[in-house]
Design a protein around this ligand. Structure first.
Ligand code: GUN
Ligand code: FE
Length: 482
């Protein structure tokens, strides 16, 4: 299967574009135009015009394109383009369990809910149903890139890669490695470190076969978490990382019990982060999920290695793991993105994760004495949307391709629509909405007097998949709703 990514026509997107300029600042490009070529790359951005029509004409002229030769996609009132979301940590096989966690914490949650479900996905018909639904649902929520944990089963994991490629979601595909008896149940465990590595190589070969240049799907080495992995299996994965340059994903310091278990199993390392470092897995291409209970010394080590953190606020609340301190991580020089950690988290939506990140940062702030230190704990709307896009892109190693709207980046984007309440209001407005047929901005009403910042804020706090009208990955339309 060669890359399915040659588009038939160039595209011209016209209207308002919102993306992160810096961590602190969302930039709004109003009355702008973006040109996307047949390879799905942004080849021109036109700003500074009085109207969208002028931006369109200027850009066409600049590129020597004629209007007849492009597909034109123009914002309607209440709409804007936003970068696709990056989910830096998500478990595709756990999708059927969203919301089902009772009062468990992570270690008993794994045994009670998670391992049985994951093991059952060696049934490929079941895996196909679950993975298809998961990829469709996350695309519908605007997730254009996902770093997936699959299961230990090679065939089912390879199927997830096939489905992501077919449905058009950029994905890092991780066959889960877990070989420690006593922690991993007998019914769901790699037989040995050798077997774990062999199975991992099979998935890497498969992904290479279906997407030779790793354009849309790519493999990621996935030691589940230190307690589930033997020393030799981690050392083997580290060797693979060094030889093939592949990224790594795992969990770290999620819950106090998790920290105790890991450090009891590897007493010679002395800390969770040091376990990974001692086994060659703490690298600039490593994604560490959670990082709730990192110590100062561990943060220094993580920063020194350049490893990144997937912040999973929804999951950390559901499983009462704790509150990760994003500002504290940033202050120590660690890159952070967002993970839904579905189904530790109940929602497949990165917008929900961003909202939860904003709320959790306020819980982090509350015990801090009032003053600058407390205020700094709180994350702004701009900051959590940075986490959801550019921050995530850095975490998954794709910041040069996705997360913003610059020339040379890929068109991984979503068209967001808010419900613009008409001037006349009342009954007449309802009729007009029917006539127009596009005024279905879901749960978020705007009145037209809001600033851009206020509109985006309303989307963050009240929006959902109804607001995401179209989704593109590398220029290809992969989801749309009326
Ligand atoms: N630690 C080890 N495995 C898992 C998992 O699947 N989810 C979460 N949240 N934590 C884990
Ligand atoms: Fe997880």
């Amino acid at each position: 299967m060669a890359s399915a990514w040659s588009l038939e026509r160039n595209q011209l997107l016209v209207g308002a574009f919102v993306h992160s300029k810096t961590r602190e600042e969302l930039e709004v490009l109003e009355d702008a135009a973006v040109a996307v070529d047949k390879g799905g790359k942004i080849v021109g951005v036109q700003t500074g015009c009085e109207t969208s029509a002028a931006a369109k004409q200027q850009l066409l002229g600049r590129l020597g394109w004629s209007e007849a030769d492009v597909d034109l996609i123009a914002c309607k009132p209440g709409q804007f383009f936003f970068p696709g979301f990056i989910d830096t940590h998500v478990h595709a096989p756990q999708y059927p369990n969203v919301g089902i966690f009772g009062k468990t914490t992570v270690l008993d949650w794994l045994q009670k809910y998670t391992f049985p479900l994951e093991a059952s996905l060696k049934d490929l018909a079941k895996a196909r149903r679950v993975y298809t639904a998961c990829v469709r649902r996350t695309l519908a929520h605007g997730t254009t890139t996902a770093a997936y944990f699959a299961t230990i089963d090679v065939a089912a994991t390879n199927l997830l890669a096939d489905l992501c490629l077919g449905l058009g979601q950029r994905a890092l595909i991780g066959r889960v490695c877990m070989d420690t008896p006593g922690i991993c149940p007998d019914y769901y465990r790699d037989e040995s470190a050798e077997e774990s590595l062999r199975a991992t190589l099979e998935t890497i070969a498969h992904v290479k076969r279906i997407d030779a240049d790793y354009e849309i799907v790519s493999p990621i080495l996935t030691p589940r978490f230190a307690p589930s992995c033997s020393g030799p299996s981690m050392l083997g994965l580290a060797d693979l990382h060094r030889r093939q340059g592949l990224p790594i994903q795992t969990h770290i310091s999620e819950h106090a019990d998790d920290v105790k278990l890991a450090t009891d199993l590897f007493p010679e390392s002395g800390s969770y982060a040091k376990i990974y470092d001692d086994h060659g897995l703490l690298t600039a291409k490593t994604i560490l999920a959670h990082a709730v209970h990192l110590t100062e010394g561990e943060a220094t080590l993580v920063a020194a290695r350049g490893a990144k953190v997937a912040h999973c606020p929804c999951s950390n609340a559901c499983l009462t793991s704790g509150e990760a301190r994003v500002r504290w991580l940033w202050d120590r020089g660690i890159d952070v993105g967002l993970g839904t950690d579905m189904s530790g988290g109940y929602s497949p939506s990165v917008l929900e994760a961003a909202r939860q990140a904003a709320l959790v940062s306020r819980y982090v702030a509350m015990p801090v004495p009032s003053g600058d230190a407390r205020e700094r704990c709180k994350l702004s709307v701009d900051e959590v949307l940075y986490l959801a896009t550019r921050g995530g892109a850095e975490v998954v190693g794709l910041a040069h391709k996705v997360g913003g709207f610059e020339v040379g980046m890929h068109w991984d984007a979503q068209l967001v629509e808010l419900n613009l309440v008409s001037q006349d209001g009342g009954e007449g407005a309802a009729d007009k909405e029917e006539e127009d047929g596009f005024r279905d901005g879901g749960n978020v009403d705007v009145f037209g007097w809001e600033t851009w910042e206020e509109r985006v804020t309303k989307w963050l706090y009240n929006g959902d998949d109804r607001n995401t009208k179209k989704v593109w990955v590398k220029g290809r339309l992969v989801h749309s709703r009326p």
